[in-house]
Design a protein around this ligand. Structure first.
Ligand code: PLP
Length: 421
């Protein structure tokens, strides 16, 4: 309560912006995830790894637009690429010179993506991949996992009531090999696809166990269903995405977030024989429309990002820094005897209010909400912008000293609050 009162007192302009916004948008909001009580901060600008709110407080950005902001705010190379696109006109209404270049870069990074197409968001990418799987297999059922998130209309994680597309979903239990095997066997004849995040991101950075993901590969093949890896978030974890670390080749992969250089972006792709469904020269091909699918801003920013900034070496370094940070934070939790932990992989991590192993969303106690409340407001007070749900994402401009300061602020949090909890 004290933290909240301090928050209200120090953010009068954000409060005003929020009140004004509620007059034209329900809850003052167009992205449910960004709302929190008593009112969300209004962010006015960003630069590098820093953000400023309407009351001119400065924050170190440890959320990076839920992973899309990998390059930080207005990275000079990204800015140059976007300016170059602007100079050439942004609504070209045709095939353009940039899309095959970005497609080639993506396909080289993710060898299982033999052919791909672009979309405007990760959500669209998943919708299109599922549509392709249903047509390719001529089957109707789609297996997903409780706790999974594949977009606003493909939500199986906790939160507000989802407005999901009406597919015939079969919902499995994450990291549960016997349960999933039984479910796949039960629905094998009708199963078009198994869609899975190799790490459940929005679900709280719950790592998919290699044996589980390998079992899914085997089960999909045996059932004649397609295995779709949703790597919208996890593609940043290694130069070739999480699939390259696991040595698993999915039939299709969906991508989004940072790959568009911070602009609107989605991509789906995979086996050439499946993607041939979208070839307009094929009789009965699947239509795939979208005015902005090949927009030059996303294409140009994406090319700059993959070719000049997030090189394979940089990807390895960033994720090693993330692993080191998570280990350090978890060591602090242990040293304080706190029933807390950060789960995750590489540059992605999430705080949880339990110290036992988390294999699926059911292992997360509802009571952890209070810890996340305290953590969130504590971190804001100490100048760190994190997700309301305890999600932390490293972006490239963060320095070691930023991460040191964050660790110190977390130590302070542990000192102050673990006794009280
Ligand atoms: N899939 C995963 C794993 C995601 O984390 C997200 C977004 O957070 C999406 C899909 C949806 O992407 P978008 O928000 O671009 O529609």
């Amino acid at each position: 309560n004290l933290l909240r009162s301090a928050y209200v007192a120090s953010n009068p302009k954000s409060s005003e912006c929020y009140q004004a916004a509620t007059k034209v948008m329900p809850g003052g909001n167009t992205r449910s995830v960004l709302f929190y009580e008593p009112f969300p901060l209004a962010i006015s600008r960003g630069e590098g790894s820093r953000l400023w709110d309407a009351d001119n407080h400065e924050y170190t950005d440890l959320l990076g637009e839920f992973t899309a902001g990998l390059y930080g705010h207005s990275h000079p190379e990204i800015r140059k690429a976007i300016n170059a696109a602007l100079d050439g006109g942004i609504n070209l209404t045709g095939h353009n010179l940039l899309e095959p270049r970005l497609a080639e870069l993506v396909s080289k990074r993710f060898p299982s993506v033999e052919k791909l197409r672009f979309a405007n968001s990760g959500t669209e990418a998943n919708l299109l991949a599922i549509a392709a799987a249903k047509r390719f297999t001529n089957r109707s059922k789609v297996m997903v996992f409780k706790g999974g998130y594949h977009g606003g209309v493909l939500t199986f994680a906790a939160g507000p009531s989802p407005i999901n597309v009406p597919h015939d979903f079969v919902i499995g239990s994450y990291n549960d090999i016997p349960g999933t095997t039984a479910l796949v066997n039960e629905h094998a004849a009708d199963l078009a696809a198994i869609v899975v995040e190799p790490m459940q991101g929005a679900g709280g950075c719950i790592v998919g166990q290699p044996e589980f993901l390998e079992a899914l590969r085997k089960l999909a093949t045996e059932a004649g269903a397609l295995l779709i890896f949703d790597e919208v978030m996890t593609s940043r974890l290694a130069p070739g995405g999480r699939q390259s670390q696991l040595g698993i080749t999915p039939d299709m992969t969906t991508l989004g977030k940072y790959i568009g250089g911070g602009m609107s972006f989605g991509a789906f792709g995979g086996r050439e024989d499946i993607m041939a469904l979208f070839d307009p020269r094929t009789p009965g091909h699947l239509g795939h429309a979208g005015t902005f699918n090949n927009n030059v801003l996303s294409m140009s920013a994406g090319i700059a990002g993959l070719s000049r900034i997030y090189t394979p070496e940089v990807a390895v370094q960033l994720n090693a820094r993330g692993d080191a940070l998570r280990e350090r934070l978890n060591a602090s939790c242990s040293a304080h005897g706190a029933q807390l932990q950060f789960t995750g992989l590489g540059s992605l991590m999430n705080l949880h209010g339990v110290s036992s192993e988390i294999l699926r969303c059911d292992d997360i106690p509802a009571s952890e909400g209070i810890v996340k409340d305290l953590f969130f407001f504590h971190m804001l007070q100490h100048g760190f912008y994190v997700a309301r749900r305890g999600f932390i994402v490293l972006s490239l401009p963060l320095t070691d000293s930023d991460l040191d300061r964050f660790c110190n602020a977390f130590e302070e949090f542990l000192k102050r609050y673990t006794k009280a909890l």
